[in-house]
Design a protein around this ligand. Structure first.
Ligand SMILES: Cc1cc2nc3c(=O)[nH]c(=O)nc-3n(C[C@H](O)[C@H](O)[C@H](O)COP(=O)(O)O)c2cc1C
Length: 205
């Protein structure tokens, strides 16, 4: 472990965290399958309640990814009205285009949680989100970009049909839940880092 004790290593770690930002525009270049598997291996280094490792990932690339675009477009219809109020027009248009094209991201990772009676619901869900953050950070480490998306939840049932999980025993038992999708690929823009706020976020006792 000595190599991770150095000041340089620490500085690089914090820089990695600061460099993570949502990417919504990608080059069309594919991401090799081995690299996606490496990212998912990093995701699965995450802790999980009772070490149940209750994450499940379903990956769409190529034609399956193209097929998903129609669902992404539908999910937009569920959230566009809220965003119209919140975003300035140029950002609203950019976001609309992102939902229609997924920013040309070549890979979509659907992230599921198995929620069974052996663990509390929020612990199960939280465990999967820890893996999702690892996936985000592994993308940064590899020079890739990604965007975690809750939008597919707008059309959960259709997405579950699309990914085929409706055939899985865990789904049939009512235990499998879609939490988000992560779109990823080689970044084709450099958005500014969204500002972080600390006011009211931390309370010391
Ligand atoms: C659970 C979750 C769901 C999100 N859903 C969406 C989404 O549906 N569409 C989208 O464009 N961004 C989505 N985001 C990205 C956030 O908008 C983004 O993380 C936030 O604005 C902060 O920006 P940053 O990631 O660049 O730091 C989501 C992020 C998280 C963690």
């Amino acid at each position: 472990m000595s190599h991770i004790d150095t000041e340089e290593w620490k500085a690089q770690f914090y820089e990695l965290l600061e460099n993570r930002k949502s990417i919504r525009k990608f080059k069309k270049d594919p991401v090799p399958k081995e690299l996606v598997e490496k990212l998912l291996a990093a995701a699965m280094q995450a802790p999980s309640g009772k070490n149940r490792q209750n994450w499940r990932f379903v990956i769409a690339t190529g034609e399956k990814r193209d097929e998903y675009l129609q669902y992404s477009q539908q999910s937009w219809l569920g959230i566009k009205d809220i965003l119209k109020e919140r975003l300035k027009p140029s950002l609203y248009e950019f976001t609309e285009r992102f939902f229609y094209t997924l920013g040309d991201a070549p890979v979509v990772v659907f992230c599921y949680s198995v929620n069974d009676e052996s663990e509390r619901y929020h612990t199960s869900v939280g465990s999967v989100y820890m893996a999702v953050e690892n996936l985000n950070l592994a993308c940064v480490a590899e020079g890739l970009g990604c965007c975690t998306m809750g939008a597919p939840l707008e059309i959960k049932d259709q997405v579950n049909e699309f990914t085929g999980v409706t055939e899985w025993p865990e789904y049939k038992a009512g235990e499998l839940e879609l939490l988000c999708a992560v779109v990823l690929g080689w970044p084709d823009h450099e958005p500014p880092k969204a500002r972080r706020q600390t006011d009211g976020r931390i309370t010391w006792l």
